[in-house]
Structure formats: structure tokens, C-alpha cells
Design a protein around this ligand. Structure first.
Ligand code: XMP
Length: 403
């Protein structure tokens, strides 16, 4: 295949963005540490190899030497076109993945934890295309979901795509175990532990599972090249996280794709834009957006507030302009007057930010009119809220989430 560009990374730090750029030109590109053996590189079958040192790109196969900073995007593209053919499309990559999954899985069974997020949803659809009902998905409803989220996942995966789905109603267990916990880290730990326990308990009950599929993506695995030449593995990557008694193999079909490529793959597989363009949503869900104790009543209040906020953002046509829009319930109550009566109800706060990597974030500038509409709707439609605050703190110093 004459369309593959290898990047040999000497710890430059720009390897990921270079790989992305090259892929956007239609060449399949992968990053290798500088310690890679010639044989291993030949397996990837490179037509062009770029050595990305501190300040230099050297092309191995063509013998041309140029510094990376000397290439403009157009020149880089022209240079690659002179030595390789841009034939990498998401359609052909989807076909390649489906064939590969078929070969790997054979007649065995695959388990996938479906969260309703982009990565696991694309993974589910892809694997189901490859091996059909040998795939079983498990969705854990921990009671920390957004309004109607569980029903939407069911409608899409069960009713539209006919993908075998085990829907675990775990709200009661989660809320029982979370009762009285107000510390953010303790909440996260408890939610994480319960999630893992619930998921594996379901998985163990399904006979003959051979593979655990995960929606791991490229930036989850590759952060940068270490000084010793190994690729840094991000600590949250779940390799080795399987319970000791399970001999499932990991199946990670998205592990070579960037986030925007996962969305493009999802589009090729026919997943709706409404799902593919969703704002990032934290794993512990509304658990980290309901400051203080997590009770069914408080979570229901937050679900209503969040639904109104997102609904207004969508109606105004602003959803796709925003990185993340967040409603949070604060652990204070405030006096108000509703229907002529004094009330003492919850306080919520709203924010929306734009970001490219979640490491820094700027405030999305809503108009006063828009903010007014949202606030009045929340106060009119959610009886358990008496005050709405607007949070316009950028990151840094304020993190995107409140806790
Ligand atoms: P912060 O609040 O640290 O958030 O500025 C950065 C990004 O990470 C998301 N986030 C989480 N995602 N589990 C997750 O899966 C978490 O516990 C968590 N906390 C924050 C946050 O929504 C933002 O996109």
C-alpha cells in the first residue's frame, strides 16, 4: 500500500498534530518511537518515513532532508503527493476495520460497555456490523444520567439497530451507596467502583465471552514519546484493568483514530449527528454536577434544569458552536417567592465554554436576552429552584466542572 506515512518521534511533542494533518491530506499516518526496529516498520509498509526530531523532519525513503519548520502545509502536502498516493478514506478504513474484527473475533462473543457517548456508540455499531449478535452491549443506568438519556440509548441501539443490549437499572444501588457522601473525590471513587462492579457482574453472567471491547482512541494511548523511546501510555488507559479471574481479550478497534476521525467513522456507519456531535459529558455523569449530597430529588431537579438549558441552546442554534454547556446544582438554598408564597429552594448555576483540548477554556458569550430566556424558563418550570446564577469564570483558574 503506497499511502502510508510513518512518523518517527524523537520526543518532539508535535507528532500527534503532524499525524492528524497528514491524515487530513488522505494518507494513513502512524507514530512510532525512535527505538522502532526496521523490521517492525516494514510491517507497516511505509512509503515515506518522517523523522520528527526537535527541529527536523528527515524523509528516510526519499532521501530528501528538510526541517519541519521549513514546510508550509501546502508544501508538505505537495511533498507527500510526490512520493505516495492519498487513498485513505474513512469508508475504506471502516471496511478494513470490519474485516479485521471479523477475522479476530471469528465465532466468539464480544462484550461492550455502552455509555451513550461517541466512542462506545461508534464501537458498538462497528462491531455489530462485523459480527452481528455475537456482540452484547451492557448499559449501566446509574441514576446520574441526563433526562431521557437511557431511553434514547435504548431507542437507538435496541429498536433502530437491533443490537443486543442489557440495560442495567442500577439507580437504587448507586444512590444507596452514595448516600451521605459530599466529598467530590469520594463520590467519583464510589461511582467508579460501583460502575466497575455492576458492569463485570453483568458480564460474568453472560456465557462464553471472549472479548471485552473498549472505545479507546488514539490520544488515550499515545501521549508523547518518552526519553527512553517508549510511547507514553496514559494512566487512565484501562489495559491491565481487567479483574484477575477474567481471561477476556481486549478489542479496541478505534485505537488508531483521533476524536474527529471517530466522528467521521460514526457518520460513515450512519450514526445520527445528534449523537456524534454531543458535548463531552463526564463519566460520573450528573454525580459531579450535583454539588453536595446526591439524592433522587436533587438529581431530578438538576435533570430538569439541564434539559431546559440544553433545549434552549439547541433552539437558538448554538449547540454546535459550544464545546460544553454545563448546569450545576449548588449545595446552598435560597429564599424566593413563588406564587405569592415564600419558598426556600435550590440554587443552580449555568456555564458554557469553548475549548480545543479541555486544558484551557474560554467563556461562550451568550446574549443577555438568551440568558434571560433560560433563567425565566427554569424559574417558571422547575418548582424546586428559586435562583439561577450565571458562571463566567474561564479556565484557568476555574476548572470546567465545578468539582
Ligand atoms: P475540568 O473540570 O478538569 O474538566 O476542567 C476537563 C474536562 O474533563 C471532563 N471531566 C471529566 N470527565 N470524568 C470524566 O470522564 C470525570 O470525573 C471528569 N471531570 C471532568 C470535563 O467535563 C471537561 O470536559
Amino acid at each position: 500500500m503506497n499511502n502510508r506515512i510513518s512518523i518517527i518521534d524523537y520526543g518532539n511533542g508535535d507528532a500527534l498534530s503532524l499525524a492528524r494533518k497528514i491524515r487530513s491530506f488522505g494518507f494513513y499516518s502512524r507514530i512510532f518511537p525512535y527505538t522502532i526496529k526496521g523490521d517492525e516498520l516494514r510491517v507497516f509498509n511505509p512509503s515515506v518515513t518522517l523523522h520528527l526530531t526537535e527541529e527536523e523532519v528527515t524523509t528516510l525513503t526519499t532521501g530528501v532532508e528538510r526541517r519541519v519548520s521549513d514546510f508550509t502545509d501546502d508544501e508538505l502536502k505537495a511533498f507527500l503527493l510526490a512520493h505516495a498516493t492519498p487513498s485513505w478514506t474513512m469508508e475504506s478504513y471502516a471496511e478494513h476495520l470490519i474485516t479485521e474484527i471479523k477475522e479476530t473475533v471469528g465465532d466468539r462473543r464480544v462484550l461492550l460497555g455502552l455509555s451513550g457517548g461517541v466512542d462506545s456508540s461508534v464501537c458498538a455499531r462497528l462491531i455489530h456490523k462485523a459480527v452481528g449478535d455475537q456482540l452484547t452491549c451492557v448499559f449501566v443506568d446509574h441514576g446520574l444520567l441526563r433526562k431521557n438519556e437511557g431511553a434514547q440509548v435504548r431507542a437507538l441501539f435496541e429498536e433502530t439497530y437491533h443490537i443486543p443490549l442489557i440495560y442495567v437499572e442500577a439507580e437504587e444501588i448507586f444512590l444507596r451507596e452514595l448516600k451521605g457522601i459530599t466529598d467530590a473525590e469520594e463520590k467519583r471513587k464510589t461511582i467508579g467502583r460501583l460502575f466497575v462492579d455492576t458492569f463485570y457482574a453483568e458480564g460474568r453472567a453472560i456465557p462464553n465471552i471472549a472479548f471485552l471491547a473498549q472505545g479507546t482512541i488514539y490520544p488515550d494511548i499515545v501521549e508523547s514519546v518518552q526519553l527512553d523511546g517508549s510511547l507514553a501510555i496514559k494512566s487512565h488507559h484501562n489495559v491491565g484493568g481487567l479483574p484477575a479471574d477474567l481471561s477476556w481479550q481486549l478489542l479496541e478497534p478505534l485505537k488508531e483514530l483521533f476524536k474527529d476521525e471517530v466522528r467521521a467513522l460514526g457518520r460513515v456507519l450512519g450514526l445520527p449527528d445528534l449523537l456524534l456531535n454531543r458535548h463531552p459529558f463526564p463519566g460520573p455523569g450528573l454525580g459531579v454536577r450535583c454539588i453536595g449530597e446526591l439524592t433522587k430529588e436533587r438529581l431530578d431537579t438538576l435533570r430538569e434544569v439541564d434539559a431546559i438549558y440544553i433545549d434552549e441552546i439547541r433552539s437558538a442554534g448554538l449547540y454546535d458552536e459550544i464545546w460544553q454547556a454545563i448546569a450545576t446544582l449548588l449545595p446552598v438554598k435560597s429564599v424566593g417567592v413563588k406564587d405569592g408564597r415564600r419558598v426556600h429552594e435550590e440554587v443552580c448555576t449555568l456555564r458554557a465554554v469553548n475549548s480545543t483540548d479541555a486544558i484551557t477554556a474560554e467563556i461562550y458569550p451568550f446574549s443577555h436576552e438568551f440568558m434571560n430566556t433560560v433563567v425565566l424558563r427554569i424559574l417558571a418550570e422547575v418548582p424546586t429552584v428559586s435562583r439561577v446564577l450565571w458562571d463566567i469564570s474561564p479556565k484557568p483558574p476555574a476548572t470546567i466542572e465545578w468539582e
